[in-house]
Ligand binder design. Structure first.
Ligand SMILES: Cc1cc2nc3c(=O)[nH]c(=O)nc-3n(C[C@H](O)[C@H](O)[C@H](O)COP(=O)(O)O)c2cc1C
Length: 312
């Protein structure tokens, strides 16, 4: 590790790169399907057809994947967040209840993925705490669905953005809310009746999330930056549309609201039941950070000089 670099901050900076999400699969020695979530996928060459994916040395499937004749890369579609979560957690049988079949070259291909590539293992390249698996594509399929997106430790989906655009062009009132995070905590505001809610404000159709940012800065007196859309939903009766954004808050004591640790969210004291689902989902997805270097929710404005030799 280079002396001047904080690994956590380096991980967060890597996380600024927008990627898709894949599940890399193969069979173990007992012919059982195995797989893990990976966003380190890249296409490499058309002729010959090559792709790569990086595998952590700490993976429980390290020996299986590096010893297999091949592997498949399943590019998840935007409705497959749950599959991504399952394959990133230490679940015993990640394939339980999943629809899949062996690809033409033998590795498990999941149903309804955006695309899949069934590969022969071409080469393993040593790469620090990971290895690079270079795959020679033997067969592939392209379902045409939108892929699931991933950036800064969170998923994003083209469909959600589309839904927000439709909501914003409708006549109903639009409430912009924020899952406002700092470190492992979320800021919630009190509604005056002892219940908590996401910080939010009404916005007019066509107004940008900048209005939400201004509202947050005014209310909390903290720095705020708005990220991707996290959820879009309607009140019962469709009286109002809610667009919930990811948000990062800066350092300091908030002038309004209170930070809650993700494992101590006041789920039974929420003003709006829909908020509970959002908070539960956020907490579950954030917990994925415990299983890899791939999830980070903190932003850093610091500049890190890349100096010195790396040493292991
Ligand atoms: C979005 C996302 C992307 C990930 N990308 C990779 C990756 O490219 N390579 C990797 O080794 N692990 C990656 N991980 C972490 C693994 O999925 C996670 O550590 C998993 O539990 C490994 O399972 P295993 O130990 O059973 O192989 C990622 C996790 C998430 C949530």
């Amino acid at each position: 590790m280079t002396a001047a670099m904080d690994p956590r901050e380096l991980r967060d900076a890597f996380g600024a790169f927008l990627t898709g999400v894949t599940v890399v699969t193969t069979h173990d020695g007992d012919d059982r399907p195995v797989g893990f979530t990976a966003n380190s996928f890249a296409s490499v060459s058309l002729d010959p057809p090559l792709l790569l994916v990086c595998l952590a040395r700490s993976s429980r499937n390290f020996d299986t994947l590096t010893g297999a004749a091949g592997f498949a890369v399943n590019v998840l579609s935007e409705g497959q967040k749950d599959i991504s979560n399952t394959f990133a957690r230490p679940v015993e049988d990640r394939f339980a209840g999943l629809d899949w079949q062996p690809g033409p070259h033998g590795a498990p291909v999941l149903a309804n993925v955006a695309a899949w590539f069934d590969c022969a293992l071409d080469k393993i390249v040593e790469a620090g705490d990971h290895v690079i698996l270079l795959g020679h594509v033997k067969a592939f399929g392209n379902g045409g669905a939108n892929g699931l997106g991933y950036a800064r430790g969170g998923y994003f989906t083209p469909g959600l953005t589309q839904k927000a655009v439709s909501a914003a062009s409708s006549d109903t009132e639009i409430i912009a809310g924020a899952v406002a995070a700092r470190g492992g905590e979320l800021l919630l505001v009190e509604d005056g009746k002892g219940r908590y809610a996401l910080p939010s404000c009404a916005i007019a159709a066509g107004q940008s999330p900048e209005m939400l940012r201004n509202h947050l800065v005014r209310a909390t007196r903290l720095q705020a930056s708005i990220g991707f859309i996290y959820s879009v939903y309607e009140d019962t009766g469709a009286a109002r549309h809610h667009i919930v954004y990811r948000c990062e808050l800066g350092a300091g004591e908030p002038a309004a609201g209170r930070f809650f640790a993700l494992d101590a969210l006041p789920l039974d004291r929420l003003a709006d039941p829909a908020t509970a689902d959002i908070l539960r989902r956020y907490a579950a997805e954030s917990a994925l950070g415990n299983f890899g270097m791939y999830v980070g929710n903190e932003r850093s404005g610091r500049v890190h000089p890349v100096s010195g030799e790396t040493s292991r």
